[in-house]
Design a protein around this ligand. Sequence first.
Ligand code: ADP
Length: 625
Amino acid sequence: MAKRQFKAESKRLLEMMINSIYTQKEIFLRELISNASDAMDKIYYKALTDDELVFNKGEYFVKVAADKEKRLLTITDTGIGMTKEDLEKNLGVIAKSGSLAFKTENESKDGHDIIGQFGVGFYSAFMVSDEVTVISKALGSEEAFKWKSKGADGYTIVAAEKDTVGTVITLKIKENTEDEQYDEYLEEHRLKAIIKKYSDFIRYPIKMDIKEQRPKEGSEDELEEFIEEQTVNSMVPIWRKNKNELTTEDYENFYAEKHYGYDKPLKHIHISADGTVVYKAILFIPENTPFDYYTKEYEKGLELYSSGVLIMDKCSDLLPDYFSFVKGMVDSEDLSLNISREMLQHDRQLKLIAKNIKNKIKSQLQSLLKDEREKYEKFYESFGRQLKHGVYSDYGANKDVLQDLLMFYSSREKKLVSLNEYVDRMPEDQKFIYYAAGESIDRIEKLPQTELVLDKGYEILYFTEDIDEFAIKMLMNYKEKEFKSVSSGDLGIESEENENKSEEENENKDLFEAMKSVLSDKVKDVKASKRLKNHPVCLSSEGELSIEMEKILAQMPDNQGVKAEKVLEINVNHEVFQSLKTAYSNDKDKLNLYTNLLYNQALLIEGLSINDPVEFTNDICKIMV
Ligand code: ADP
């Protein structure tokens, strides 16, 4: 009998899996039991539309049995079974090519979670066994077949005897090695614990013959062993259970089982709604950003069940984009099992559920912010950017939902603060919420533009992410306080000193005009600064577009070359200003030189590049000699 080869890619993956140092080998059982459960579900679905087929719940179960002497573990199910073609097609190829591609790219990492992540299913059996045999009889078929493989070198399929429809999978458990105790997969109590851990809410009974002890009849202290068939799993899905019965660990196990993420969730939300819509949901806020989260590949959505039966894997209509990081499932009796994707979109019930869920997530995030600050900060680090995108997108339509969830780094607190906290402690005379945008906290801290605001004792929010300023422009104000960039023309801080400066401005009008003509259209204006204290020079902007925004837009692929209206501000109290004045009166070339130097310095401070660095350094040399 000729041995058939696995498809090339399958072979590689199989080899990797067999040799993997995957720590949680025990998950093979979960995978095989899930397959069995799926196979029984398939009969259930079929019976929904096929009058000839009756689904008697009592006939469907999984049986797990171990034979220690022969080192055999069998998993039997009464599911839909596989034909010869199915065996060939399903067990001859491993994994979808997509996950394989990912696996290859990440091979250098130790490869553990990648296997777990994609649930390569059936093949995980080879992590604990040298030889796997599958005997299966498909529903509606007269014949049964036996598939057998020792791993990467291929498999055989031959005709076999089997009376009933379903599948029996037999694993020849590996011998113990120095690092690995395979014996445990033949221990009933260990197997039972694994089933409990991973497969507790499988809807079909998972049965095992368990050896128990009881007092021997007619004897006081002697015990006798007896074997009892037990249903190991509790079968009730976790979301149907009472919240009080569940521990955080139960939720975390569910999260892992469902492959929602490889992290531990930061928070779970268990909803049991029976108002206008009746549904149950378990939602999770992950701790870490999934590797593909901020890419096009990431797909948002929740699993959707109708009365305990999964009808959709990723129902995207249940989550707004700004909460796309939420994982979990929804089960509702109000949804029809056979509803189509297109119809679902317009389903009134679904819309109500979605709205309900959105409000729940929002309020849970708010209480996280209020009561578990550290966790919220962790969350914000992972997904804050998404919230800010949410404020910005759809022309600010969702800003009311999101504004209370935003946080920014504060000049005063040296950590993230919410807008509410900022506004709450604003001094009475402060009219605006001040912010400064820049590449990093370090850089912003050194911005000359912040001087006056800080001097006034006002707090400044630091915007370090591209989206920040755009989002805030959309928000416009918070609790009726407008946002104001420290680089904007008018800071709204009046003082006598400033009045005097205005007078000075008139005095120096001609000098500034002269400087402006040196710089021509590079700047919109040159004027005396009202915000500088110690620094000689800075750039500010007029109009809607700030210098930071200009920088960000310039990086976009379709940038239109839009520029901020820049104003060169000079500190008239700085010694340098005297030199400018003298140059203006005596030496026009020198004024040219100084103006260009100051302008280029201002560019550098802003993190903008200088048009002609060679000229700039030459200019510096000129004043040195
Ligand atoms: P997945 O379950 O992710 O599709 P598997 O490698 O675990 O991947 O299984 C491949 C396919 O083999 C399944 O989709 C199913 O069609 C079939 N299969 C596996 N186990 C069984 C089983 N016990 N009964 C019927 N079909 C099965």
